[in-house]
Design a protein around this ligand. Structure first.
Ligand SMILES: [Zn+2]
Length: 127
């Protein structure tokens, strides 16, 4: 499943249509299997992997599926820095960083490789 520009939810595509640039798996993913479909398994975030109705709810905009998906979307997009992201935030002290572009300083906790400056919205590598 990938998130393309044409949909607000992930869709299946062929593996031959994907160019993998980083084969690491997300720390947010777990293994799930639908008890009613023993042949089917899914690696995704827990809310999806453990709920056989999650994807249907996401596509149909039901319940909190969309909110949960957007939360993980941001976490996943920032978890591993893309190879072409060259700019680094400046580490001031502990969890405090400074933007090299607008000089805004902010606190950022967590282990994501990418952090976003709250002043100019620039995505930067966590040093
Ligand atoms: Zn900035």
């Amino acid at each position: 499943m990938v998130l393309g520009e044409a949909h607000s939810f992930p869709v299946s595509i062929s593996a031959v249509d994907v160019n993998v640039i980083d084969a690491r798996l997300s720390k947010y993913w777990v293994y799930g299997q639908n008890p009613n479909e023993q042949w089917s398994a899914l690696i995704s975030f827990p809310e999806w992997a453990n709920d056989p109705f999650y994807y249907q709810n996401l596509v149909e905009g039901k319940g909190s599926a969309g909110h949960i998906f957007r939360r993980y979307e941001e976490l996943l997009q920032n978890e591993h820095a893309p190879p072409n992201l060259e700019g680094f935030a400046n580490l001031i002290k502990d969890n405090w960083y400074q933007c090299p572009i607008c000089e805004k300083a902010w606190e950022s906790k967590g282990g994501s490789e990418v952090i976003t400056c709250p002043g100019c919205n620039e995505k930067l590598r966590r040093p």
